[in-house]
Unconditional design. Structure first.
Length: 474
């Protein structure tokens, strides 16, 4: 069930209404049942996998906590890690490994290919569930006694498919004392959903038509048109995923549940480190805490090891996104960018603080532009289906340029879309929140929200087949 469909809106209204009026003793059971209905709508077999994974880590968490010796405790943690990653690798990466070995052994392993559907959201709920066993092992969390609370933590429908990746220590305490939503929850939730629908449906989905059309057969387009597609994908992926996150957070808020922020105006970033503090914040925070700091040692082992750790962390982050070498290159570019920025700051950080205000503003402006261009370049490897397509884009844009009569029109289209997401970002900065609509006067709030919803509903009914969220494939 996709958020950007009339079916989801009907589902949400029915579930929220029933949840609000149900007796408190039944509300969690009802919410879990509704969540499983939401997830099983795609394929009931995926639902069995979700339930099995939830039960597995619930009991492994108890075994880790009750282990008599540190060695047994570590063994239970490794078992949790092995089982979770084995399930993830089987469904998501098995064929990738076979294809990679085929490059070495000459297609002798083709017979091992399997044809299985990728369970929706498996990367998200696997990382989320692992945070539970990791934190119990590190004595930062006590295992919950309620299997119902744990299954809700993993499977509550607003965030199970594409995040945010909420850590157990953040959401389990909420679920333990979950209360009925109040008026503030409804206004905040509806504000987030409205902004999210604007981002996803009216920006992300309309932009996607240009992007997909050009990326499918790039050989038929001129250089400026290819650059236009890449720039518009920069808009699309932000609007699409930030829109999803806002709808997810807003939907959860209607049940009195707070999910973590996932975006904070990432294209305002002045360097690549700042970008990863603003982009997909729940994933970057997960990778930072559990991979970069806990597993690899962070910056505690010298400068060179710090740079290596940054690269390894982002390579893992790239691989998490998909079973394709292009994602690994995308992660490697960001890992290299983080390492270079870390080195640059160690060399010039103190000198930069002594700059005059005018020079600092100029420097910040240049840094923002350079960071944005680097991110756009990296997005090419994220979006391109293979290296051949990525190299073709780079060759046509940078080397063998071809003219187009549409350049002026393409610039206007890009600036129009980009301006809308910047306007949304402006209000988020001004009001220091994503639910900025609730800070408008009632007249202005309704004056903005009603046209958005009219346009969203009309678009839903006219496009026919809805466009899935980009991060559903992860």
């Amino acid at each position: 069930m996709l958020f950007n469909t009339p079916l989801y809106l009907v589902f949400l209204v029915i579930v929220v209404t029933a949840y609000y009026f149900l007796p408190k003793k039944a509300d969690k059971v009802f919410l879990l049942g509704a969540s499983y209905l939401f997830y099983g709508y795609w394929d009931w077999r995926f639902l069995l996998l979700l339930i099995g994974s939830s039960l597995m880590d619930y009991y492994l968490g108890m075994l880790i906590d009750r282990a008599a010796t540190p060695q047994k405790k570590k063994s239970m943690l490794l078992l949790s890690l092995f089982l979770n990653l084995s399930i993830l690798c089987f469904f998501k990466y098995f064929n990738f490994f076979i294809d990679s070995f085929n490059l070495v052994f000459g297609n002798k392993l083709d017979f091992l290919h399997i044809h299985v559907l990728l369970p929706v959201g498996i990367s998200f709920y696997t990382f989320q569930s692992l945070s539970y066993t990791f934190d119990i092992y590190r004595d930062k969390l006590k295992p919950t006694e309620s299997i119902l609370d744990y299954c809700l933590f993993v499977g509550v429908f607003p965030h199970m498919v594409s995040g945010p990746i909420v850590k157990a220590k953040y959401i389990l305490p909420q679920l333990a004392i979950l209360e009925k939503p109040v008026k503030k929850d409804f206004t905040t939730g509806l504000s987030l959903i409205t902004v999210g629908m604007l981002q996803k449906v009216l920006i992300g989905d309309t932009v996607a038509k240009y992007v997909n059309h050009i990326f499918i057969e790039p050989q038929y387009f001129a250089s400026s048109e290819l650059l236009f597609a890449l720039l518009l994908f920069t808009v699309q992926i932000y609007a699409d995923f930030a829109g999803y996150s806002n709808i997810a957070r807003g939907s959860a808020k209607l049940f009195g549940i707070d999910l973590t922020d996932n975006f904070m105006q990432p294209y305002f970033s002045k360097n690549i480190t700042d970008f990863w503090r603003r982009w997909h914040m729940s994933l970057s925070d997960w990778l930072k805490e559990y991979v970069y700091i806990w597993w690899l040692g962070g910056n505690r082992k010298g400068n060179v090891r710090t740079y290596i750790n940054l690269m390894l962390t982002m390579l893992i982050g790239g691989f998490w996104h998909g079973a394709n070498w292009t994602f690994i290159v995308w992660g490697g570019l960001h890992g290299g960018g983080l390492a270079v920025h870390k080195w640059y700051m160690s060399v010039t950080g103190h000198a930069n603080k002594k700059q005059s205000s005018v020079l600092r503003y100029f420097s910040d402006g240049i840094s923002l532009i350079v960071t944005f261009l680097f991110v756009v370049l990296a997005w090419l490897f994220f979006r391109a289906p293979d290296f051949q397509t990525a190299w073709f884009f780079l060759d046509r844009i940078l080397v063998h340029t071809t003219p187009s009569n549409l350049t002026g029109s393409l610039v206007v289209i890009f600036l129009a879309y980009f301006s809308v997401i910047l306007i949304i970002d402006y209000f988020e900065v001004k009001y220091k929140c994503h639910e900025f609509l609730e800070h408008f006067s009632p007249a202005l709030r309704w004056g903005v929200a009603i046209p958005i919803w009219v346009a969203v509903v009309l678009y839903m009914y006219t496009i026919g087949r809805p466009m899935p969220f980009i991060y559903f494939q992860f």
